[in-house]
Design a protein around this ligand. Structure first.
Ligand SMILES: NC(=O)c1ccc[n+]([C@@H]2O[C@H](COP(=O)([O-])OP(=O)(O)OC[C@H]3O[C@@H](n4cnc5c(N)ncnc54)[C@H](OP(=O)(O)O)[C@@H]3O)[C@@H](O)[C@H]2O)c1
Length: 268
């Protein structure tokens, strides 16, 4: 039976833009109360305004997920303002377009801070609170299709996403007996600010991966958001938004040599 989302609270990191904002809107349309966070207030406020205009309820919290204790502050605020938290979507993240041998230790650590360690802190703290309440819940992390295969210039990013994926796999098994669902989300190329931000961090603002991606493999953030809402209603281990790419990950697992031959180094 589908879970009734009406009145349930969802926390979304990186909720001001892209996949996070669209998921917040879709969740509000499904009747959920939403708590968003990010470092910039204007995009968060814009998402809250769009939700309120549509008759929904949302709040925005300005924070950097890489700050220690930010996860407690976020969950405390959501609980105080909206009520017990049912679902948490660790979505905030960014990319880096850099060959692995050209990536410094500091760059790799900074990438892991936002994509992996912040996800771990938030999901682990959320799990502790859900276990204490004993009411179940749902934890999700926005990984990527690149959690299952890497492409040139995205090795560091893919490593952070593979780490999120493993975290979710283990947490799903650990928390299942307690009625807490855990899902990893694996979008393919999605039209968002992601590519501008990655280019900025990489110091090559003329290079945007999305410009090279075949049209067939470019999706809207609404498509990802709708898939996340379906997963909240009917929990499943993994959310994929492209069957072809999912199949390709299975082929890569069995035939890595063949897969490597097909992936070209198109990075400039
Ligand atoms: N776009 C794609 O093709 C694609 C594909 C697969 C997976 N993903 C994943 O999808 C997730 C969302 O990305 P997106 O595509 O929607 O890009 P986006 O529009 O750039 O969204 C990233 C969000 O994360 C927030 N954020 C980044 N660093 C943060 C920090 N330190 N503290 C708090 N918030 C932070 C940003 O807000 P502030 O800058 O205001 O903090 C922004 O709202 C990411 O995890 C990304 O890896 C994206």
């Amino acid at each position: 039976m589908a879970i009734d989302l009406h009145g349930k609270v969802l926390v979304v990191t990186g909720g001001g833009t892209g996949i996070g904002a669209e998921t917040a809107l879709a969740a509000a349309e499904a009747g959920m109360k939403v708590c968003l966070c990010g470092r910039r207030m204007p995009p968060l406020e814009e998402t809250v305004a769009r939700i309120e205009q549509a008759g929904g309820q949302a709040i925005a919290v300005k924070l950097d997920v890489t700050d220690q204790e930010s996860e407690s502050h976020l969950l405390d605020t959501a609980e105080k303002e909206l009520g017990p938290v049912w679902a948490v979507f660790a979505n905030a993240g960014r990319g880096l377009n850099r060959y692995v041998n050209e990536t410094s230790d500091a760059e790799m650590k900074a990438l892991f801070e936002v994509n992996f360690f912040a996800t771990h802190r938030l999901l682990a703290e959320s799990a502790r609170r859900m276990l204490a309440h004993g009411q179940g819940g749902h934890l999700l992390a926005c990984a990527s299709c690149l959690s299952r295969f890497a492409i040139p210039k995205h090795g560091g990013y893919a490593a952070t996403k593979a780490s999120q994926d493993m975290l979710c796999q283990a947490m799903r098994l650990e928390l299942k007996p307690h009625g807490i669902h855990v899902s990893s989300v694996h979008p393919i190329t999605t039209r968002t600010e992601f590519f501008e931000v990655a280019a900025e961090h990489s110091g090559n603002s003329d290079y945007k991966v999305i410009d090279d991606a075949p049209k067939l493999f470019i999706q809207s953030s609404r498509r990802v958001a709708n898939a996340v809402i379906r997963c909240l209603r009917r929990p499943r281990p993994e959310v994929w938004t492209s069957r072809i790419v999912r199949m390709a990950t299975a082929i890569r697992c069995v035939f890595p040599t063949l897969f490597d031959r097909k992936v070209k180094d198109t990075a400039r």
